[in-house]
Design a protein around this ligand. Structure first.
Ligand SMILES: [Cu+2]
Length: 486
């Protein structure tokens, strides 16, 4: 070895390393956390992710406009569901900001919507993650601002009561607060989010399927899906990459109930940003994503083929829909993998869950006026309060008051019918005209009897007790929206 010839090379490489280190230092050092400009944030629909802008040298004020839309879409072939969405999609639009950015958040609730909504962003340092500042009735727009202090990948979701129902209907998405030095460049980035759904019918029952509160409380999901439907990311909708490319997946779990064992069949995650935070684990097969949590996984694809993304709680994948596809094109490398691949063996099996004989569960009846009032208050808080408000005061122009309501007190049977069947069309309450929609709520006779008993004994109403028989009698009658128009 002739050290003389190597000496300059060595100096040069040391110099180069120092230069690289200096540049990296500079990237953060020269970055100003003073707000140096304003722009509208670019939002994307899943599975797409807004591009990064690592060249900027200062924090920005970014304005986010997110519109809530309630609409019917397919959850599986031939099965419709009324989704409540942030931006029209499940999951909601992807938001990408940078550590240090100021975010001015505009939440718009479309006038055709029936429900009030808000937003809790896990990226926010503040009460309710923004929820306490963003309660938005249909036809309204609310605004609040926050500073993106902590880098990471965060879930956002609606937090209006009943919170579980709003989340179960699809009200969640992801916000990335990119670290100031940026994430390393990759070839492909995608946005995927798991969610569990609860329908009146069984998995696969056709037609428009209403939300089932009881199954949701029992965590007995009919559908577990990526990106809002069984086939959102399969077949022609699969995400794609080419051999040799690096792929980064931003994966969230909206829940409301289930924890995801996220796995890509035939791939190993080179890196996992555990729970969307700073810690990076390497060479991971399956990573846990809590409900209301997220993770960033990165891997290089080495061979072509169809790679199946699943929740490795595997009945969910093959029987409930938690299955997506990554199609990789390019030339084979038989030293890494040789053998036949066949998409068909991975197709969802579908199928109806087997019925097991159920024994009747007898529950304690609620007796006595005070017990009914207390039970009714629980239902009121869970179901009615979101619209009619905590003290029954309502919201002018949108939700009529139940406090001291002449409409309620003058005809209790009519009020029972309103809760059973829902109500639309013009009514007058305490001299004010309302022309909105109260949805059908799918409560049991007992729940309705208790809730109206609670309302009658609160906020200056006339008192009294409603029985289950009284509710049952209204079930068979036609809805008050047709009978009350004179
Ligand atoms: Cu909501």
């Amino acid at each position: 070895m002739n050290t003389k010839t190597h000496y300059p090379t060595r100096i040069l490489s040391v110099f180069l390393i120092l230069l690289i280190l200096a540049c990296q230092e500079n990237k953060t050092q020269n970055y100003s956390f003073e707000i140096g400009g304003t722009r509208d944030a670019t939002l994307t629909a899943p599975p797409h992710v807004p591009t990064t802008d690592l060249n900027r040298t200062h924090a920005l004020k970014q304005t986010v406009h997110l519109e809530i839309i309630e609409h019917v879409r397919e959850i599986a072939e031939g099965v419709d569901y009324t989704f409540w969405t942030f931006g029209g999609t499940v999951p909601g639009s992807f938001i990408r900001v940078r550590e240090g950015d100021q975010v001015e958040f505009h939440l718009m609730n479309h006038p055709d919507n029936k429900m009030p909504h808000n937003i809790d962003l896990h990226a926010v340092n503040g009460p309710g993650g923004g929820a306490t500042s963003s309660f938005t009735a249909p036809g309204h727009e609310t605004v609040f601002s926050f500073k993106a202090l902590n880098p990471g990948l965060y879930v956002y979701h609606c937090a209006v009561a009943p919170v579980g129902m709003h989340i179960a209907n699809g009200m969640y998405g992801l916000i990335l607060v990119e670290p100031v030095e940026g994430l390393p460049p990759v070839d492909k980035e995608y946005y995927i989010m798991q969610g569990d759904f609860y329908t009146k019918g069984d998995h696969g029952d056709r037609g428009l399927q209403p939300f089932d509160m009881r199954k949701a409380m029992e965590e007995d999901a009919d559908y577990v899906v990526f990106n809002g439907s069984v086939s959102a990311l399969t077949g022609d909708n699969a995400i794609t990459a080419e051999v040799g490319e690096t792929v980064r997946l931003y994966v969230g779990n909206g829940g409301p109930n289930l924890v995801s064992s996220f796995h890509v069949i035939g791939e190993i995650f080179d890196k996992v940003h555990i729970e969307g935070g700073d810690a990076i684990n390497e060479n991971v097969q399956t990573t846990l994503i809590p409900a209301g949590g997220a993770t960033i996984v990165e891997f290089k694809v080495d061979v072509p083929g169809t790679f199946i993304l699943v929740d490795h709680s595997i009945f969910r994948a093959f029987n409930k829909g938690a299955l997506a596809m990554l199609k990789v094109g390019g030339t084979e490398d038989t030293t890494i993998y040789s053998g036949q691949q066949d998409d068909r063996i991975y197709l969802p099996e579908g199928g109806t869950p087997q019925e097991l004989p159920q024994s009747e569960v007898l529950k304690e009846p609620i007796v006595g006026l005070q017990a009914k009032i207390e039970a009714g208050k629980v239902v009121y808080t869970r179901v009615c309060q979101a619209c009619h408000q905590a003290e029954g005061q309502g919201i002018p122009g949108a939700f009529p008051p139940l406090a001291n309501s002449d409409y309620l007190n003058s005809d209790v049977d009519r009020a029972i019918a309103v809760v059973i069947h829902g109500l639309s069309g013009p009514i007058e309450v305490n001299g004010e005209r309302y022309d909105a929609v109260m949805p059908k709520l799918d409560l049991s006779d007992e729940e309705i009897a208790n809730t109206i008993t609670y309302v009658l004994n609160s906020w200056g109403n006339s008192g009294g007790e409603v029985t289950e028989e009284q509710v049952l009698a209204q079930r068979d009658k036609e809805s008050p929206q047709t009978s009350s128009i004179h």
